[in-house]
Design a protein around this ligand. Structure first.
Ligand SMILES: [Zn+2]
Length: 286
């Protein structure tokens, strides 16, 4: 799954190549791409006719294009979704599920998704310019609306594992499995420690690290993509080299040299250093 930094790279590409352009036609192939749009594929295509893209926005891992400032076209990238900006006469990709033409006759926008877990849907924009369908998602650490002290207060009240809280998109958004593990490694905290058992400064430090590690990934990603090719492919190769925890089981900890371990957590894998990040004495209820 793409995480916040990868989604932000796509958003920036859309900002540069699509915002300000007037949509004249949308072609949707098949029904799967529109399955999150309740009124169906035909309605989706109809409503993407004769509208201007006024913004490319993101909250956490949610990405959308604002249309005439009224509706949002939410882009679910799923596992393999890509937004491509290409000349209209470029060969059609095998897994292209939606194509958009613009009044300027410039490059098309295409939604390509090999595994079809992604999709497109329209949702009305609320007064805060957040789509209704995203309103239940908490601000991410890069937003002005993000209030870390408030997030820490809410975490401190929870008797759940700290990693579970970091992944809870209604508490703080944008932190996925990779960046949660990196933040916890940097903060030297095991993900199964209970929020309520950690001090507020420690909780705040973990969130600082999450923001920092995602910010670093953004720094790497911002320089790596071609100006006409907006692309996302899940975990990004460019950042793999600088990961200290995720996927590092069996290799020495970059801080203390102890062999890193991998554990099962919430149907995923967690990676940590058994010395830098000691397990809680009692196994928490994940
Ligand atoms: Zn270590």
């Amino acid at each position: 799954m793409p995480e916040l930094p990868e989604v932000e790279v796509v958003r920036r590409g859309l900002q540069d190549h699509v915002v300000g352009r007037h949509l004249t036609r949308a072609r949707i192939s098949g029904v799967r791409v529109a399955r999150r749009h309740d009124a169906g594929a035909e309605d989706l295509a109809d409503r993407l006719h004769d509208v201007t893209v006024t913004a490319a926005s993101r909250r956490g891992k949610y990405l959308w294009l604002a249309l005439d400032g009224e509706d949002a076209l939410i882009v679910h990238l799923g596992m393999s979704g890509q937004m491509l900006v290409e000349p209209a006469d470029a060969p059609l990709e095998k897994h292209c599920h939606a194509r958009f033409d613009f009044s300027d006759g410039g490059p098309q926008l295409r939604f390509v998704d090999q595994r079809t877990f992604g999709g497109l849907a329209l949702s009305p924009l609320g007064p805060d310019a957040i789509p209704q369908a995203v309103a239940h998602i908490a601000p991410d650490p890069f937003e002005a609306a993000y209030d870390q002290a408030a997030v820490v207060r809410r975490m401190k009240l929870r008797d759940s594992a700290v990693k579970r809280a970091l992944l809870d998109q209604t508490l703080v958004s944008g932190i996925g499995n990779i960046y949660a593990d990196e933040a916890l490694w940097r903060a030297r905290v095991h993900g199964e420690r209970l929020c309520s058992a950690l001090t507020k400064p420690t909780l705040s430090r973990i969130l600082d690290h999450a923001r920092e590690v995602m910010g670093e990934a953004l720094g790497h990603g911002g320089t790596s993509f071609d100006s006409l090719y907006v692309n996302v492919n899940g975990a990004s190769g460019y950042f793999d080299r600088s990961l200290h925890a995720y996927g590092r089981d069996g290799t020495p900890c970059d801080r203390c040299g102890t062999i890193m371990c991998r554990e099962h957590f919430m149907n995923r894998s967690s990676f940590s250093c058994p010395v830098c990040q000691p397990r809680p004495r009692r196994r928490s209820v994940a």
